[in-house]
Design a protein. Structure first.
Length: 441
């Protein structure tokens, strides 16, 4: 792994020096104003984090180191005979900041293959949970069980110099990413396939091997996994999973502890769990209407019923995006190329026509358009991966690429403990009366 580490170190040293100079000259520049309402409303629009791996534009969607998803599909290395990007290439791009050559992606594939061994006690920890435990609970428990392997925790206990934190986080991140497909596949096969497990195939790429271990050998499913693992990897730094991983890492909790924390956030229905909720919502609509192919009028009525019951329409809306998510579009494009007549995909496309005007008419929803989760489940169901409770685990395996490459950068740039100021409403009320201040020291 020396070559990749050396390349990273050179990039990180240069970036750290540049940031040091920039702060020396411009550190006291004001970057905006904060309104009281923002403090009560989830800190929307407050710039307070630096995340180098990707940047989200409300209109343009996500860009990874400046590259949009269609550009990544074009420019990242592919598997032999494949046409979808390899997530190994995206990881290289996020980590190093440059497009990888084919051999760079291949180097990461072989590094992850070499480091993919999962110790037995991790499987035992999963087995200790009742089989009806939610797959995300099993997944996070497994990450916690894997924490025995942390280089960072071991080296910190031995008195590691702070200059070496990034190096230990780098090793942990590579180990963790290498091991997650095996853990995810183990959970799937234990819960849904009678505990019959499939050995890894050392000749396959990271996402292809995940497909194989899950038990799906169709070449186009492997392609879907490559695309899926690429587009779910990162969405700049403020989303719950990325921010949590970063925050917990800032306490110098090792990457296992930090990732587990972030993945607990991904397991929330307003975040990554929305992908299971979408298929669940469509299935419940089919059951209630007693039809496999609801008409647009029936979908319209069902959406209104969902809203009248005080529930959200899963897969729609976003805290930052203000247009159709390019990750939705990439998945729509995959379905158009591979199975345009699939009945569930047809429903997802009809929902796409029906939902936005209804959400728009409410007058309060800032983004009526679909997000990444509105489409992903339908693609998985097509290949017979119908157990929707498992979907967020796939999202989580992918998200590890983004949040862990960011965590390496966090330590390389020497980012400190994160500690924003909080206030009480009592303090705010006094400030409004002209007594005292609400900003921190
Ligand atoms: N259905 C119904 N109401 C919605 C809605 C939806 N899809 N999206 C937003 N709203 C409502 C909010 O609940 C809020 O209502 P309230 O004022 O009565 O509380 C109002 O519209 C304003 O919300 P917002 O500013 O537009 O959104 P937000 O930034 O507060 O929340 C999100 C963003 C994603 C949580 C929200 O759109 C939502 O709940 N969507 C459905 C769940 C979902 O798909 N989540 C996945 C997001 C992507 C991801 O992280 N994987």
């Amino acid at each position: 792994m020396g070559v990749l580490k050396d390349k990273f170190k050179a990039k990180a040293d240069a970036a750290a020096a540049e940031i040091r100079d920039m702060l020396k000259e411009h550190g006291n520049k004001k970057i905006g104003e904060v309104q009281l309402s923002q403090v009560y409303q989830g800190m929307r629009g407050i710039t307070g984090l630096v995340t180098e791996t990707s940047l989200l534009d409300s209109q343009d969607g996500i860009r990874f180191r400046g590259y949009s998803i269609p550009e990544l599909q074009q420019k990242l290395p592919k598997a032999k005979k494949g046409s979808e990007p390899l997530p190994e290439g995206l990881f290289y791009l996020m980590l190093i900041g440059e497009l990888p050559a084919e051999e760079d992606a291949g180097y990461i594939t072989s590094t992850w293959q070499r480091r993919s061994h999962v110790p037995n006690h991790v499987f035992a920890a999963i087995d200790a949970l009742p089989v009806n435990t939610h797959p995300m609970t099993m997944f996070v428990s497994a990450i916690m069980a894997l924490q025995t392997e942390s280089n960072f925790a071991k080296r910190y206990a031995e008195g590691m110099n702070k200059k070496d934190y990034w190096d230990a986080v780098f090793d942990d991140a590579m180990d963790l990413i290498a091991r997650l497909p095996r853990v995810a596949a183990y959970i799937y096969r234990r819960k849904y396939r009678n505990n019959q497990h499939i050995h890894p195939n050392g000749l396959l790429d990271w996402a292809g091997n995940l497909a194989h271990m899950l038990g799906f050998e169709d070449e186009s499913f492997k392609e879907l996994m490559r695309l899926y693992m690429t587009i779910h990897a990162d969405h700049e730094g403020g989303n719950v999973s990325a921010h949590t991983t970063h925050l917990v890492g800032s306490a110098l909790s090792d990457p296992y502890l930090s990732l587990a924390a972030g993945m607990n956030g991904l397991a929330g229905p307003l975040h990554g769990l929305a992908n299971q909720e979408v298929v669940k919502w469509i299935t419940e609509m089919q059951d209630e209407l007693k039809t496999k192919v609801p008409s647009k009028e029936q979908i319209d009525a069902y959406v209104r019923k969902t809203l009248s019951e005080g529930k959200v329409v899963p897969g729609y809306g976003h805290a930052v995006l203000r247009k159709t998510d390019p990750r939705f579009e990439a998945q729509m494009d995959f379905a158009k190329r591979h199975f345009p007549d699939d009945p569930l995909v047809q429903i997802v496309w009809n929902v796409y026509e029906v939902v936005p005007p209804i959400l728009q008419s409410l007058g309060k929803v800032k983004n009526p358009w679909p997000n990444v989760d509105a489409h992903s489940g339908a693609l998985l169901v097509h290949y017979n991966l119908k157990e929707y409770e498992f979907y967020t685990v796939l999202f989580a395996v992918s998200r590890a690429l983004g949040v862990l490459s960011s965590l390496i950068w966090d330590r390389a740039l020497g980012f400190p403990l994160e500690r924003p100021k909080s206030v009480t409403t009592e303090l705010v009320k006094n400030w409004l009366k002209g007594e005292g201040e609400i900003w921190g020291d």
